[in-house]
Design a protein around this ligand. Structure first.
Ligand code: NDP
Ligand code: KAL
Length: 257
């Protein structure tokens, strides 16, 4: 069986710049011949996404706004995709956000508003977009989201984002159960730390990366390309028996005590 995605269409949510994991996934799918559609949240990243799309061989990809905190924007986005493209075969959800002040110190200092914001954008949004995408996945499909080890274990400073990722990972399983009967699979990739815009401003990111280089079974940090290739597998028929799964792409770091 080949990893060609020729004739298939995928929605990529969460490209902010060329370092985004979403862009690594986009490149892997593009190389396999897929047609891509991109969504962005804030206007500040619209031009960045359009600039990146222009570097692709097929630079005709649709680029649409979709702030996942707004139901009407999700609705309008998928209505436009339906009108312009019709059927889609997969969706990459690469979206997370928490207030900076809640990503340091003690977890319990998070307030109600910050807790709900992190869960709204980082966890609920998967369910909201999966429901919208299902209507367009009439030939079956594959949904992939991104998570981190901090959703399974306590990782310093990850705090409310860890609690949101736990919710996201449980959502993957419940959605997989709901959508399996329509031939739609739902999985997550638990990626090792990668230097992206989201990771910027994290004080000790260098020491986090150093620890991975020294201790992870593969003795190296995770790359966008590694995550992209696993996403390609999850979007292809090679993974047709896999759903509700959390696949770690982290040089094996998660097996360590
Ligand atoms: P980026 O900063 O490149 O991407 C984060 C994306 O989240 C941005 O594109 C941003 O969109 C989007 N986003 C934030 N708020 C909203 C919103 N309201 N509606 C729609 N989109 C929104 O970082 P990464 O590539 O690192 O992050 C992608 C995913 O990977 C996240 O889920 C993250 O938790 C996960 N992950 C990252 C790891 C890492 O080490 N980098 C490790 C493990 C998991 P916009 O730019 O348009 O605001
Ligand atoms: C333990 C780790 C160290 C870092 C701690 C927390 C990281 C949380 C990730 C979260 C997505 C970051 C933010 O929400 C940043 C946000 O407050 C400010 N940044 C922005 O607004 C930028 C401009 C936009 C583009 O960012 C977003 N997200 O919209 C975790 C490390 C080791 C691994 C990481 C980085 C995991 C992860 O989930 O990203």
């Amino acid at each position: 069986m080949q990893l060609s995605l020729q004739g298939k269409t995928y929605v990529i949510m969460g490209v902010a710049n060329k370092r985004s994991i979403a862009w690594g996934i986009a490149r892997a799918l593009h190389a396999a011949g897929a047609r891509l559609i991109f969504t962005y949240a804030g206007e500040r990243f619209e031009n960045e996404v359009k600039k990146l799309v222009a570097t692709l061989e097929d630079d005709t990809a649709l680029v649409l706004p979709c702030d996942v905190t707004k139901d009407e924007e999700i609705e309008a986005c998928f209505a436009q995709i339906k009108e312009q493209v019709g059927v889609i075969h997969g969706l990459a959800h690469c979206i997370a956000f928490a207030n900076k002040e809640h990503l340091e110190g003690e977890y319990m200092n998070v307030d109600r508003e910050g807790f709900l914001l992190a869960h709204n954008i980082s966890a609920y949004s998967l369910t909201a977009v999966a429901k919208a995408a299902k209507e367009l996945m009439t030939e079956g499909g594959s949904i992939v989201t991104l998570t981190y080890l901090g959703g399974e274990r306590v990782v310093q400073n990850y705090n409310v984002m860890g609690v949101a990722k736990a919710s996201l990972e449980a959502s993957v399983k419940y959605l997989a159960n709901d959508l399996g009967k329509y031939g739609i699979r739902v999985n997550a990739i638990s990626a090792g730390p990668i230097r992206t815009l989201s990771a910027k401003g994290v004080g000790d990111f260098n020491s986090i990366l150093k620890e991975i280089e020294e201790r992870a079974p593969l003795r190296r940090t995770t790359t966008q390309e590694e995550v992209g290739d696993t996403a390609l597998f999850l979007f292809s028929d090679l993974s047709r028996g896999v759903t509700g799964e959390i696949i770690h792409v982290d040089s094996g770091y998660h097996i360590l005590a």
